[in-house]
Design a protein around this ligand. Structure first.
Ligand SMILES: CCCCCCCCCC(=O)SCCNC(=O)CCNC(=O)[C@H](O)C(C)(C)COP(=O)(O)OP(=O)(O)OC[C@H]1O[C@@H](n2cnc3c(N)ncnc32)[C@H](O)[C@@H]1OP(=O)(O)O
Length: 194
């Protein structure tokens, strides 16, 4: 059976994504968006601790190193955690380049090569198209170098939401922590209530 994805992507007619004029400059390192985010937060000891920088156009580059805490099979990254890494990278592309809050509605991953513990995965995520509130985005992850072997591909639909999405659905005690310590969130990355 062919492993080539043949479905049209994006699956609906879209407009070209426009990089927000206040998006981080190409080359800029992006801050964690939330200290307790499993993908990027420094407050999660066994998290992925993904680091991301902006690239030219509508692309960002993320990287993270697979640790013993990320295993599925012995010595290999768990596929669900790799999907998490891609969710984070794809979301960082949407949030930082369009500067509007959005959540993952659909995430598809293709695992092409095993990813051993100790590997640093270099993930390039690219905005593919925008249709109203819907943002289509895709990514490739390479082993140990920017031009390394492709190990994982992913693509996703993000849907832009208002701040109320988080305020109405988040656990109250975590929202209260944010109110007490606003520095837990990096607020400059997105404009609220698009
Ligand atoms: C700087 C920031 C960095 C951030 C990085 C963070 C990375 C991590 C990101 C996440 O993991 S977010 C957490 C996981 N996602 C969620 O919890 C989202 C849960 N789902 C929802 O809350 C709602 O389903 C959602 C907000 C996505 C949509 O609900 P809405 O009521 O706002 O919209 P609606 O259902 O009308 O859908 C809007 C459009 O999207 C389409 N849509 C929604 N879900 C879809 C789906 N699953 N497949 C295909 N299309 C979908 C839907 O058909 C529709 O298309 P049209 O505009 O053409 O009518």
């Amino acid at each position: 059976m062919s492993r080539t994805t043949t479905e049209v992507w994006p699956p609906v007619p879209t407009e070209a994504p426009q990089r927000h004029p206040e998006a981080p400059a190409p080359g800029a390192d992006l801050p964690q968006h939330y200290a307790y985010c499993f993908g990027c937060g420094d407050g999660v000891e066994q998290g992925l601790h993904i680091r991301t920088s902006a690239c030219e156009g509508v692309t960002i580059r993320s990287r993270f190193t697979v640790t013993e805490a990320h295993q599925g099979a012995p010595g290999l990254a768990h596929g669900g955690l790799l999907a998490c890494a891609f969710d984070e990278a794809l979301g960082a592309a949407v949030g930082n380049l369009l500067r509007k809050p959005a959540v993952t509605a659909k995430l598809e991953t293709e695992f092409v090569r095993p990813v051993p513990v100790g590997t640093t995965l270099f993930i390039d995520a690219h905005l593919d198209g925008v249709a109203g509130r819907k943002v289509y985005v895709s990514a490739e992850g390479r082993l140990d170098a920017e031009d390394g072997t492709v190990a994982v591909r992913a693509r996703a639909l993000f849907v832009q939401v208002k701040l109320s999405h988080f305020l109405e659905n988040g656990r109250p005690e975590d929202l209260a922590k944010i109110a007490d310590n606003p520095e837990l969130l990096t607020r400059r990355s997105v404009e609220l209530n698009p």
